[in-house]
Design a protein around this ligand. Structure first.
Ligand code: SGN
Ligand code: CA
Length: 687
């Protein structure tokens, strides 16, 4: 049962061999290959024919694998958009390239594989979703979507500025790519062409050609659609990505009476031409009417949402598959196919209802896994399936090795191409993962972990929760065996392996839970995040937040007498403990199912404001002046009937609408950002 000691020793020795593999690749015999890299956003391998999809067909994407290689175990290092892209470009883990979470700004001065190719004489072009905040570097030509971009009639950015292009974005990115391929480049030099799609990202808006695909079908349902998260840590249960509770009807599910005219859709729907709107409304009208009449509840409603979600997601993929078809045909027609390495991948995987979820972020299989198909005629055998574990750190080194260009020593991955010829000697036998974006969209706790062929160990380190999965016995990861005596030896080996990988890759960004002073449990708290310390004082509690991350909170169950109740008023006092730097403090509450979705109100001294925040976003604020030493009397009223939240600090009040998802007070407590604050005891009055 236990992974042998030898496997781990082999993994240790592999480091040197892998580095050699990556760096010693001989320049290819003939011409340097062109590279066409089609990258999508959130395309799960469960929705690709070549990976055994049970829900759709992708003949053109599959063709890449049939004429080349399918990598069955390609894993993301940090399964979220910007970080994955930064890793692909630089061949490094997030802690090395500095892009830890969406919203960071990519440092474009660092070395990337397009820059190396450009310096080696390649023409380089980038079209589509970039999502790294800073402008692309290393490309002769680029046209990108701003931020997440739009599905219809998108604005695009290039070195010349911003413009709007009419049409469906997946088709537009394909057109831009084909146009450059046919007319934009110098045919004498090899090229790198990035065709990086926005699709099939949320909110899954199909293009006009595929609006009616799957209508009337009933798609296969994953067996874990109604997962209740027992058998795993509280971190798994405390997310905000369920189809049941976190998908919204107007934008995600395209249901809102009257049809699509709601405010929430004004952004995307408002961009459409009258003809596009008409096609859109016609596609959804009949099913939406039927849905409204049925008034579904409970599991039936979840099933309906799943079907609608999946159909839209797969319709977006149908356009992506069309795109791949057109690009491959473009290569065939121009006689370039033989000399071109084609790679298809997506920035991470995605949940297609598994565990009841959509979205990604977790180290669990569906989001960890990236699709990866690669065709290089004459150099990669056709129809080969590679089962070795590769990662997105390997993309850059592989493409550079294919071009016969030296791989910069900073890159942490290795050339994957020898694997397609069965040369697997010395390849890694474990992969490392680290996710940082918490608090953040979908409330997935920070975690790091290690995966071997058979096991996966995950550490939700800010809350010191562990999970261990035996993937052979439990491939769906429904039951953590962490702590089971028969897995003690495996656990010890995996922990040692994780430390070894952290040292090897230089990851010192994991905040040791041991750094936390005091025990929130002993003080009656049930949930906390980004906390560094807590202890009792004469005044009440001295609480220290993680100095590197916003959004510390420490909460206890509300235990109200009149559930679900009309609401609460929280009353407490707080005072500054530090006289320098950021200093702040909030009273906080959270819904029962999602203690990570904190609603809080209080003082923020650095910005000179009283604030109400929901999930880290400010929803009401008022300027204030603060004395160096000051005490604040704070009352936070959450009125579930009037749907208002009101803050009173020393008699100054401000208020805002309650976020739509806040339906019952499950937790109450304190919040702060990167500082140490002293709070009095909390009084909770029921409305
Ligand atoms: C948006 C989405 C989230 C998604 C993130 C990150 N919400 O915020 O569901 O997790 O992007 O996606 S949405 O309502 O705006 O669609 S990523 O692919 O860019 O990392
Ligand atoms: Ca993504």
């Amino acid at each position: 049962m236990a992974t042998s000691r030898r496997e781990f020793l082999k993994a240790g020795a592999a480091a040197g061999v892998m580095a050699a593999l990556g760096r010693a690749a001989a320049p290819p015999a003939g011409r340097r290959p062109n590279i066409l890299f089609v990258f999508t956003d959130d395309h799960a391998s469960q929705a690709i024919g070549a990976y055994g999809s049970r829900v759709n067909r992708t003949p053109h994407i599959d063709r890449i694998g049939r004429e080349g290689a399918v990598f069955e175990n390609c894993f993301c290092t940090n399964s979220i958009c910007g970080p994955s892209r930064a890793t692909v470009l630089t061949g490094t883990f997030s802690h090395v390239n500095g892009f830890l979470r969406n919203g960071n700004r990519f440092d474009g001065s660092q070395i990337t594989y397009p820059k190396v190719l450009q310096a080696a004489g390649y023409q380089t072009a980038m079209f589509g979703k970039w999502h790294l905040s800073s402008d692309p570097t290393g490309f002769d030509t680029w046209t990108i979507l701003p931020g997440q971009g739009s599905y219809y009639n998108p604005d695009v950015l290039s070195a010349e500025g911003r413009r709007r292009i009419e049409g469906y974005t997946t088709d537009i990115i394909t057109d831009l790519s084909l146009d450059w391929l046919r007319n934009g480049r110098d045919p004498q030099r090899p090229f790198l062409l990035h065709c990086w799609h926005k699709a099939p990202h949320r909110s899954w808006m199909p293009g006009p050609r595929h609006l009616h695909d799957f209508t009337g079908d009933t798609l296969w349902e994953p067996p874990t659609l109604f997962d209740d998260y027992s058998g795993r840590t509280s971190s798994a249960a405390r997310q905000a990505m369920t189809i049941a509770n976190h998908m919204n009807l107007p934008t995600d599910l395209k249901v809102t009476p009257p049809l699509m005219t709601s405010d929430q859709l004004r952004g995307e729907y408002g961009r459409m031409t009258p003809a596009q709107k008409q096609a859109w409304d016609e596609a959804y009208a009949a099913e939406n009417r039927a849905f409204e009449q049925q008034a579904l509840t409970g599991e039936d409603l979840v099933r309906w949402k799943y079907q609608r979600y999946m159909k839209d997601y797969l319709r977006c993929i149908a356009s992506v598959d069309d795109s791949v078809g057109r690009l491959l045909e473009g290569l065939d027609e121009s006689g370039l196919a033989e000399d071109t390495l084609v790679i298809y991948s997506s920035d991470q995987g995605f949940y297609l209802g598994e565990h009841g979820w959509f979205d990604k972020r977790w180290m669990y299989e569906e989001s960890l896994r990236m699709p990866l198909l690669l065709r290089w005629p004459g150099r990669v055998p056709s129809g080969v399936r590679v089962s070795n574990m590769v990662q997105n750190i390997d993309f850059g080194p592989t493409l550079l090795a294919a071009a016969g260009t030296p791989v910069p020593g900073r890159m942490q991955g290795a050339d994957m191409l020898p694997l397609t010829r069965g040369r697997t000697e010395g390849w890694r036998s474990s992969v490392y993962y680290h996710y940082y974006e918490f608090p953040g969209a979908h409330s997935v706790q920070k975690h790091c972990g290690v995966r071997t062929e058979r096991y996966k160990l995950i550490h939700f380190y800010p809350v010191d929760e562990w999970e261990l999965f035996d993937l052979r016995e439990d491939p769906r990861e429904m039951r953590s065996v962490y702590g089971a005596p028969e897995y003690a030896a495996v656990t010890a080996e995996l922990k040692a392996e994780m430390t070894r990988l952290q040292q090897r890759y230089g990851d010192d960004t994991v905040a040791a839970p041991g750094q936390m002073q005091g025990d929130p449990r002993a003080l009656g708290f049930d949930h906390w995040q980004n906390l560094r310390g807590i202890r009792k004082t004469e005044y009440g509690l001295l609480i220290q937040g993680d100095p590197d991350t916003d959004g510390a909170s420490v909460l206890r169950r509300a235990q109200l007498t009149r559930p679900p109740g009309a609401g609460v008023v929280l009353r407490g006092r707080l005072r500054r403990r530090v006289t320098e730097g950021i200093s702040n403090g909030f009273l906080a509450a959270a819904p029962a199912e999602r203690p990570g979705d904190v609603l809080r109100g209080g003082v923020y001294i650095r910005s000179g404001q009283y604030l109400i925040q929901a999930g880290g976003t400010t929803i009401a604020s008022k300027p204030a002046t603060f004395a160096p030493e000051q005490e604040f009397r704070v009352a936070l009223s959450i009125d579930l009937q009037a749907r208002r939240v009101t803050l009173d600090v020393n008699g100054e009040t401000l208020s805002a609408d309650l976020p739509e998802t806040f339906r019952a007070v499950g937790y109450v407590g304190y919040g702060l950002n990167r500082t140490t604050t002293e709070f009095s005891d909390l009084a909770v009055e029921e409305l």
